[in-house]
Design a binder for this molecule. Structure first.
Ligand code: OGA
Ligand code: NI
Length: 371
């Protein structure tokens, strides 16, 4: 739990006290945001309200003409096309930190069943769902609303099922029965696609194709978060997911057709328009560090919506699990006299410790690890 910052005014503490009480009452329901919506709230509770300085910011993207790059992966194993794809991935990862992939090889029914699995998990009898409600870091499969509920400035309009995949694998029996098959199948395919993407990214960095994989960044130690964003009665007052960068090397994101994911590009927010059957790929903080700043881990967020639920799942390669102790730093192959390291080496555990003790909306980011 976060302790109050020293020197806080007493008025602030009173506000904090009420807030803490309300947060706890919400958490104790174990029914998440969906529970509020089912109970018929027409005004969002205060704990979800974005702070006034943020409310003043625009939440819509007015620039619909700037488009997140789309990479067609068909022919990825064939000579000429392979080289073109590496180049497209390099440019997208350097300039946007985000791209969508189509013809990536994962059958669309696997994607549809994954989205549906998240839906039925969230829409089942609340009493069954409550058994998974937990904030225990050691639990491999858990459900909660806002992992950072007690650390953030404003809670997000979102509930999440989190699955931690360690190097010793995940026993499918630990997954909720209602979405077990869909999730197991999806994970299998995503891990394979991850291998291909890490190959392309290795080459994009001028390294041998198996460089990143050989470092152990695709196997084990990953985290998958399955989000459920209920329809929101006052979407302009809150957020689905606050702006953040990802605690991972790479993220493979599956979103349904509702929309609302935005990426920060050239000083403005651009919508990542849903494309049926596609996946969204983004560079995470660790790959930005490993590439010595060449590949970009960029801010993104999800706006709340009158329409819902919106469903998505993010698979974080080398996510929150920290054992065995892994060091992260600029790859020595990419460092030279002309290109000195921008970041210091650090333990992934140190980064994750910092990440978990702050709110998603506290954007201290990677600056802490800069040299
Ligand atoms: C995340 C994330 C976006 C989405 O989980 O890190 O950015 O569309 N999710 O849910
Ligand atoms: Ni993210």
């Amino acid at each position: 739990m976060k302790t109050s910052a020293a020197g806080e005014s007493s008025a602030m503490s009173v506000l904090d006290y009420d807030r803490t009480k309300e947060l706890k009452a919400f958490d104790d329901t174990k029914e998440g945001v969906k529970g509020l919506v089912d109970a018929g709230v027409v005004n969002i509770p205060k704990i979800f309200m974005r702070p006034p300085d943020e409310l003043a910011e625009k939440r819509d993207c007015h620039q619909n003409d700037i488009k997140v790059p789309v990479v067609d992966m068909s022919g990825v194993q064939k000579g000429d096309r392979h080289r073109e794809i590496v180049e497209e991935v390099r440019i997208a990862s350097e300039e946007w930190g985000f791209f969508q992939v189509v013809n990536h090889g994962i059958p669309s029914n696997v994607l549809e069943e994954m989205v549906n699995g998240i839906r039925v998990f969230n829409e089942q009898d609340p009493e069954v769902k409550k058994e998974y409600y937990s904030r225990d870091m050691m639990r491999k499969v858990k459900f909660n609303s806002n992992y950072d509920l007690f650390h953030s400035r404003a809670a997000n309009w979102r509930d999440t099922l989190t699955i931690s995949l360690t190097s010793d694998g995940l026993d499918p029996q630990e997954l909720p029965a209602i979405c077990r098959e869909a999730t197991t199948e999806y994970i299998k395919h995503v891990m394979k696609l991850g291998d291909v993407l890490f190959e392309l990214l290795s080459e994009a960095l001028g390294l041998k194709p198996d460089h990143l994989r050989a470092m152990g960044y695709t196997e084990g130690s990953s985290t998958m978060v399955c989000h459920y964003y209920p329809a929101c009665p006052e979407p302009e007052l809150t957020m689905g997911t606050s702006k953040h960068t990802d605690p991972a090397t790479l993220t493979i994101l599956l979103q349904d057709q509702i929309g609302g994911l935005q990426v920060f590009h050239e000083n403005q927010w651009a919508e990542v328009h849903p494309i049926a059957g596609s996946l969204v790929i983004n560079i995470g903080d660790f790959l930005q560090v490993m590439s010595n700043g060449k590949l970009k881990s960029v801010y993104h967020r999800v706006v709340a919506n009158h329409v819902g639920p919106r469903i998505s799942t993010a698979y974080f390669f080398s996510g929150a699990r920290t054992e065995p102790a892994k060091l992260c730093g600029p790859l020595k192959e990419l460092i030279s006299e002309e290109n000195p390291p921008v970041y210091r080496d650090f333990l992934v555990a140190e980064y994750i410790g910092k990440f978990m003790s702050k709110g998603l909306d506290d954007d201290s980011g990677l600056d802490y690890f800069k040299l």
